[in-house]
Design a protein around this ligand. Sequence first.
Ligand SMILES: [Zn+2]
Ligand SMILES: [Zn+2]
Length: 344
Amino acid sequence: MSEYAAGPVAALRRIAFLLERAREDTRRIQAFRSAAAVILPLDDDEVAQRAGNGTLTDLPGIGPSTAAVIADACRGELPERLARLEAEHSGPLAKGGRALRALLRGDCHSHSDWSDGGSPIEEMAMTAMELGHDYLVLTDHSPRLKVARGLSAERLARQLGVVEAINDHLGGDFTLLKGIEVDILDDGSLDQTEEMLAQLDLRVASVHSKLGMDADAMTERMIGAVRNPRTNVLGHCTGRLVTGNRGVRKQSEFDARAVFEACRDNHTAVEINSRPERRDPPTRLLELARDIGCLFSIDSDAHAPGQLDMLDYGCERAEEAGIEPERIINTWPRERLLEWAQHG
Ligand SMILES: [Zn+2]
Ligand SMILES: [Zn+2]
C-alpha cells in the first residue's frame, strides 16, 4: 500500500475529478462529492475516530465505498479506488494538442449549480486553480433557458457578489471572472439586460432553441448576436451533438461564411467547444473560420469540475486544424483578454 498524505477530502475530490473527466455516470460521482462535503466541516479527529471504529457509514451520505476511501486516507494510505483511477485515467485525454494545451491560461465557458452544472461555484474555481489556470470565466445560463435554471437579472446580480467574495478568499494569482452564456434569441438579441451584460468580464452567446430554423433566419439571428458589442465568444455554433447520453442532433443550418466573417469583423471569437459530445464547430467549419481569419476560444463548457480538463480535446482539434496559438484568446495573458473583452 502506498503512502498518502493529502487526507480524505482530497482523496474523495480527486476520485470525483478523475471520474468526471472520464465521463462516468454523474450519480455515482456525486456520492464522492457529497461524502467530501459531509466530512469537510468535521474535526479531523472525529473522522479518524469514526474510520477506526467503523462508524463512518452512520453519517448521512457516507456509504461503504466512500467510507473505505476515507478510512484508507485517514491511515495515510493511498485508497485503492484512487490508485486504480490514477493508473487508468490520469493521463492526457487526447494524444495531440499537448503543446497548445500548455499555452492555455484559462477557460472562458463553465457552469455551476446555479444553472445546470453539478457543483458549487467554489468547487469549480478550486479545480480550475488546481489545473493551473490563471482564470476561469463562470458562464451560467440566461433566464430563458428554463430547463437549465437560467439566471434572472436578480440572480445574476447576486451571483456576481458571490464571485467577488470567492475572489477575496482565494488569494494567489487565480481570478474567477464574471461571465454568462447568454441565449441568442430568435431575433438575434441577447437574453439578458444591457445593465447586467455591461457588468460582466466576458460573454459567450449561444443558440439553444429553435436550432432547426431555416438557414436565412438562422444566419441573420447569429449575425445579430455576433455584431452585438457585448458578445465576445460565439458558443458551439452549430449546436450539433455527435455522441453521448443526450443522443445525437444534427447541426443547424446557416451561412457559415457570412457568420464567420461577421465574427472576424466584430472581434467575436469562434468557440472551439471541447466537449466530446459536441466537437463544435465540425472540422470543415473550423477550417473555414481559420481561413477567414477568426479568433478562437478553446472552451471546456464544463458542467462538473473534472470536465474542466476536457480542454485537451479542443486543443487536439485546434492543433490538427493548424490554428496559431496567437489567434486563440485563452492563450493571452488575462489582462489582455479582459481588455479585448471590453473593447474588442
Ligand atoms: Zn450552451
Ligand atoms: Zn455551456
